[in-house]
Ligand binder design. Structure first.
Ligand SMILES: [Zn+2]
Length: 269
């Protein structure tokens, strides 16, 4: 991703050129109004930050990214793999009030323009999907649970069921905790080994302490390849949210007390 003139977000460079009219951004932790552990651009409503400051943060991000928050749709994310289609009637859900977010959902998609899909992250993997002919766009939140439940493949499945040509879907795997910083135990490693169709587990590295380092971005890529997506349709961010302290909040690095970045994806009118 590339930094914009605004410090508040990064955008997908390749898509800026190839998909004009699409806003596809990931917010940073900078340029906002929140304080202490949420300093400063916390966009998460559910983390005990001052709600009015979160709304100001979202508003600033929305203005800078040309994605007004009245047209955002947000979800109550639960580390599952439920994906929902959303429409213009959902505009504003969960945007200034967490209680009307789309309930129990970790993936959103639409064919509509001027509707911005928005999910929160602090180490989990943001997955961006776009197919310009049908105007299909989708965003998914893939922590280790959503990943092993194959939320990536389920998004492709829903696209196919709705007549989107899977060979034309472009996918961006955004900033998340990297393999460098993401240690998991046997229980997680076991589930990783069972979620792929083939015996290729390059996303896991066994450590001398008996635990594993997990590359969640790579695992999501493998699941997309399993779903029939070709390598050249997928791009990966090289950023680690834990290593890059100046840019990102990190749930693991900050011991759970931290803010959230937002992925925002939508066709501008
Ligand atoms: Zn790292």
């Amino acid at each position: 991703m590339i930094r914009e003139r605004s410090e508040t977000f990064l955008s997908i460079k390749k898509w800026k050129e190839q998909l004009p009219g699409l806003t596809a951004v990931f917010s940073t932790k900078n340029g906002g109004f929140s304080e202490k552990e949420f300093a400063s651009l916390n966009t998460g409503m559910h983390v005990q930050d001052d709600e009015s400051q979160v709304i100001q943060n979202r508003n600033k991000l929305g203005m800078h990214a040309r994605a007004p928050i009245e047209n955002w749709v947000c979800a109550e994310q639960v580390h599952g793999s439920i994906i929902k289609k959303v429409h213009s009637k959902h505009k504003g859900r969960g945007t200034t009030n967490y209680f009307n977010a789309i309930p129990g959902t970790d993936g959103l998609w639409t064919f509509e323009t001027n509707l911005f899909l928005s999910l929160c992250f602090a180490d989990c993997v943001p997955l961006y999907f776009a197919e310009p002919d049908s105007k299909f766009i989708g965003v998914a939140h893939a922590g280790w649970k959503g990943t092993v439940q194959n939320i990536a493949g389920k998004m492709i499945q829903q696209a196919i069921e709705n007549k989107v040509d899977p060979a034309r879907i472009q996918i961006y795997i955004g900033p998340s905790i990297g393999k460098c910083c993401y240690e998991v135990n046997d229980a997680v490693a076991n589930q990783v080994q069972f979620c792929l169709n083939r015996a290729e587990h390059s996303s896991l590295t066994r450590k001398v302490n008996g635990k594993y380092n997990l590359d969640l971005k790579q695992l999501n890529k493998q699941l997309l390849l399993d779903a029939g997506i070709k390598e050249d349709q997928i791009s990966l961010s090289s950023s680690c949210t834990s290593c890059e302290k100046e840019l990102f909040f990190s749930h693991r690095r900050d011991h759970g007390k931290t803010g959230r970045m937002s992925a925002v994806l939508g066709w501008r009118e």
